[in-house]
Design a binder for this molecule. Structure first.
Ligand code: SAM
Length: 297
């Protein structure tokens, strides 16, 4: 990829975004995927896996804050957190911002993603890699949840690639059955469900699957500029009811106690609460009766 050439995202066959490349930083074929990192003109450094934008320095805060702070503060007293995927380290950093968290295990299948993120995107994880509460495992998320003890995590965050290639196993019944088993009785899991305007199957299929094993299923939205196509959805499944409708003042108090208040750029207590109110074009892809399923009919 030459300097000042365009790179096209290949996520959708008939539509997409492109970036003008200021400088290519890495191009690696790992055992699992093609990894490209380049410096852009408007978004800082950008990482693509198999031609799909995973993260840009410019807007990573939206996704990382929403996939982390929402489940942790909805739970209210999460001390043990499991992160699957998220090899750039951004979710790990946001989890460890919670002073209430005692241990965060991150399981990423591709050690090359971690190595390249440390070298070229160091600000995304910051000091998280060396935090004594962090345990970074290079391995397959499905194997990890198979082997983890019962009731060992309060929150599971699944920051995976889309359900193709190595990420596919993270969208299976077996994966969610084990998530249910290893969650504590007040536990919950969130996972990235894509952009429903373009990928509504991801939301409907994973919601139906999660509902088989975890009773209270819903979703919430975040507007991530480089996940093009409007809102992206984050799936939410909890063992206890009403964790997706915790009052705003409770969320605010929990954020203050956890050291999160005032340090975010997208997440606020109000956005946390409102993100569960879904436009009907998104809600229609959740199973009927889902807690976040705000229907217009
Ligand atoms: N936040 C970005 C997004 O949603 O597009 C970043 C996603 S993150 C970089 C996705 C990571 O999940 C990748 O690094 C990939 O290697 C990892 N991954 C995919 N399948 C996995 C599996 N079975 N177990 C663990 N990690 C996996």
């Amino acid at each position: 990829m030459a300097t000042n050439s365009w790179i096209n995202e290949t996520l959708y066959p008939t539509w997409g975004q492109r970036f003008l490349v200021k400088r290519e930083l890495a191009r690696v074929r790992s055992d699992f995927q093609d990894i490209v990192i380049f410096e852009s003109f408007n978004h800082g450094c950008v990482m693509l896996l198999d031609g799909v934008v995973q993260i840009t320095e410019g807007d990573e805060f939206v996704y990382q804050e929403m996939i982390t702070h929402v489940p942790l503060l909805a739970h209210g007293c999460a001390t043990n957190v499991l992160i699957i995927g998220a090899g750039d380290g951004g979710v790990l950093r946001r989890v460890l911002q919670h002073t209430t968290v005692a241990k965060a295990v991150m399981v990423e299948i591709d050690g090359e993603v971690i190595r390249l993120a440390k070298e070229f995107l160091p600000n995304i994880a910051g000091d998280a890699w060396v935090d004594p509460r962090a345990d970074v495992v290079v391995g397959d998320g499905i194997d990890y949840v198979r082997q983890a003890p019962d009731a060992s995590f309060d929150v599971i965050i699944v920051d995976s690639t889309d359900p193709i290639g190595v990420g596919e196993v993270l969208f299976t019944d077996e994966f969610y059955a084990n998530c249910a088993r290893i969650l504590t009785s007040g536990g919950l899991v969130v996972n990235q469900c894509g952009v429903p305007f373009m990928q509504h199957d991801e939301l409907s299929e994973t919601s139906t699957r999660r509902a088989k094993f975890i009773p209270h299923v819903g979703a919430y939205v975040a507007a991530v500029p480089t996940y093009v196509g409007g809102f992206m959805t984050l799936g939410f499944a909890a063992k206890q009811p009403k964790l997706d409708s915790v009052p705003v003042e409770t969320i605010r108090a929990r954020a203050v106690a956890a050291g999160i208040a005032g340090i975010t750029h997208y997440w606020t207590p109000e956005i946390h609460v409102s993100a569960f109110h879904l436009p009907p074009y998104i809600a229609q892809h959740l199973p009927r009766g889902s807690s976040s399923n705000i229907r217009s009919d």
